[in-house]
Design a protein around this ligand. Sequence first.
Ligand SMILES: *Cc1c(COP(=O)(O)O)cnc(C)c1O
Length: 348
Amino acid sequence: MPFQPQQFASDNYSGVCPQAWASMQEANTGHVPAYGDDPWTARAADAFRSLFATNCEVFFAFNGTAANSLALASLGQSYHGVICADSSHVETDECGAPEFFSNGSKLLAVPTYGGKLTPESIRHIATARTDIHFPKPRVVTITQPTETGQVYSLDEIRAISAVCRELGLRLHMDGARFANACASLGCSPADMSWRAGVDVLCFGGTKNGMAVGEAILFFNRDLAQDFDYRCKQAGQLASKMRYLSAPWVGMLESGAWLSNATHGNACARYFAERIAEVPDVRLAFPVQANSVFVRMPEALSEALHAKGWLFYNFIGGSHRFMFAWDADRQYIDQLVADFHASAPAHPA
Ligand SMILES: *Cc1c(COP(=O)(O)O)cnc(C)c1O
């Protein structure tokens, strides 16, 4: 069976972008202190503080599951509840890690369209039960952009955080593709996070073009107390930390974090526009970030698979196409051509 040289099944099929790679290379000289007491880690944390224009606490973890789970665990006690969307990564793709690392906090999954929570849905679940038999709602987690590529507007985030403040809930943001949302809204990282009321952000590096790594940013610094111990206990404290932190220096100081995301988003729109005319093909969600969710006849998806294209049947029965920092027009055009060539013929 053929295998296409570039795939759009996941943004994690891509390699490492040159800016992240160059910093890794540069960090690979001589000896520096271990466990984060090195100049690269300090420089990466400072780069985050300057990008976000605030004196936040910054931590580095290997992946998003750990970043989300440990961040959520730090926001409540084991008897607390964490309000999330039904299709959120924490609910559907982290193997119970948020519950595990919080020693039993219950995820309170809310039915949503496309993964977006609303102030009303949060208020509803946070106030539905006030008796001692139900886990006490304490945290809200939103994914920006959502797992289906929907971007919360600044007003939507502000409205959610207003309800959180009113009800005594803390607000966490899963930003596995935070950069794509920033690029989509054209807003500053600060406006989309702490200025909109987010307490803790998990900023994804892997899908943004790094080999590995997510940053956890505590805008509410009090909540970061002992977070370093939590990371260590969970096996997330890198001894040769410079290799986890140095790529961030390259990403943030060069602006690659944003240009990579801008490119991925543009490629998603480019693809979506070109398959829109294929017979019986529909977009399942509006394209607002670097993903395109496609509804298509079974015969068409089978024909594309037979041509060597990999993609997943995802949330709600649609097929997901993701566009990474290195998405290449040449291969997107080839995929579009294969869509057209394999589409069902309609009698005139
Ligand atoms: C990819 C992703 C993560 C992180 O996943 P890991 O595989 O644990 O790195 C977290 N949240 C969302 C929404 C994601 O898409």
